[in-house]
Design a protein around this ligand. Structure first.
Ligand code: SAM
Ligand code: DTB
Ligand code: SF4
Length: 332
């Protein structure tokens, strides 16, 4: 099984991959993973919510939407010294990348300036930087690139077909446009989605097609398991068979061989054994730190024990210069 960078996947073809016998699927994914990456290394990033809650969007999964009844205390944009304090703590614990998230539809230019200062300061500490602030214009993406930003996270979340069931206040096309602006500005792209929102296997195949058929594969592909937050429309939705989660990780690995596939939200619901299967299926990065944005993540000590049980090591600081022609990075 040779890994190949393709941008022409069809939904039917991916459904077939997702339906393979489990052992065949995991064997294929692990074989491809080993051609591209050290199979015993994980890259770890720490998240911080720099502006929490009161978001005007209606994302059905999100605790931060002003339209939902989740118990989240809204907060204004954090002062830069608080952000830096968290970044220092994350670096001390071994994170190589610091990801700052804001509950905005899109940043205003004033807010963008303040966030750009945060990026400069975190970068000066010797960490990689990532932001997720909602939609960006081409000019805003360029400003962030100029400030030294390494990655921008903007998820497609689900398939174009299922999308309208989850979000109505921005379109799928809006998301693709932001990803295009981010890519054109020369930033690394972090884009993935959420599983367990009541979507079908075909929807999962379709979302992976959207991601892998972008002109360049995202360098980072977060696969979130829905965290069901009380007060959100998706609270109480039927839970996903977690082996289906592993299958989707494996398909992402096969389709985007050079990308980091990131275990994201939902790890507190996963056993060590399930996470081990995800690593075997090709996941090689995760969020590290006891908080995601508004919900819990495993404690760092628990993750350290997990890594020790599996003989995994945390990646040291990596170079994030864009690979030639902006293609997904090929590590051989
Ligand atoms: N407001 C910005 C936006 O939506 O682009 C950035 C922050 S938003 C919280 C970042 C991503 O977190 C979402 O696109 C979604 O994929 C993920 N997310 C949010 N709430 C989640 C939940 N309850 N479970 C799983 N993933 C979630
Ligand atoms: C991503 O795909 N998952 C992270 C990060 N990108 C920003 C966020 C997960 C949020 C989970 C729910 C919460 O903590 O509010
Ligand atoms: Fe707002 Fe982002 Fe949450 Fe949607 S996912 S409600 S845009 S914070």
């Amino acid at each position: 099984m040779k890994s190949e960078i393709r941008h022409d996947w069809s939904i039917g073809e991916v459904e077939e991959i997702l339906s393979l016998p489990f052992n065949d699927l995991l064997f294929q994914a692990q074989s491809i993973h080993r051609q591209q990456f050290d199979p015993n290394q994980v890259q770890v990033s720490t998240l911080l919510s720099i502006k929490t809650g009161a978001c005007p969007e209606d994302c059905g999964y999100c605790s931060q939407s002003a339209r939902n009844d989740a118990e989240v205390e809204p907060e204004r944009l954090l002062p830069i010294d608080e952000v830096l304090e968290s970044a220092v703590a994350a670096k001390e614990k071994g994170a190589t990348r610091f990801c700052m998230g804001a509950a905005w539809r899109n940043p205003t230019d004033t807010n963008l300036q303040r966030v750009a200062e945060m990026v400069r300061a975190v970068k000066d500490m010797g960490m990689e930087t990532c932001l997720t602030l909602g939609m960006l214009t081409a000019e805003q993406a360029q400003k962030l690139k100029d400030a030294g930003l390494d990655y921008y996270n903007h998820n497609l979340d689900t398939s174009p077909e299922f999308y309208g069931e989850v979000i109505t206040t921005r379109t799928y096309e809006d998301r693709l446009q932001t990803l295009n602006h981010v890519r054109e500005a020369g930033l690394n792209v972090c884009s993935g989605g959420i599983l367990g929102m009541g979507e079908s296997r075909r929807d999962r195949a379709s979302m992976l097609c959207q991601l892998s058929n972008l002109p360049s594969h995202p360098e980072s592909v977060p696969i979130n398991l829905l965290v069901q937050v009380e007060g959100t429309p998706l609270f109480g939705v039927e839970e996903l068979d977690l082996l289906e989660f592993v299958r989707t990780v494996a398909a992402a690995r096969i389709m985007m061989p050079g990308s980091y596939v990131r275990l994201s939200a939902g790890r507190t619901e996963m056993t060590d054994e399930l996470q081990a299967l995800c690593f075997f299926a090709g996941a090689n990065s995760l969020f590290y730190g006891d908080r995601l944005l508004t919900t819990d993540n495993p404690e760092t000590d628990r993750d350290k024990q997990l890594f020790a049980r599996l003989g995994l090591s945390m990646e040291a600081h990596v170079e994030t210069e864009k690979p030639p022609q902006g293609r997904a990075c090929h590590r051989v």
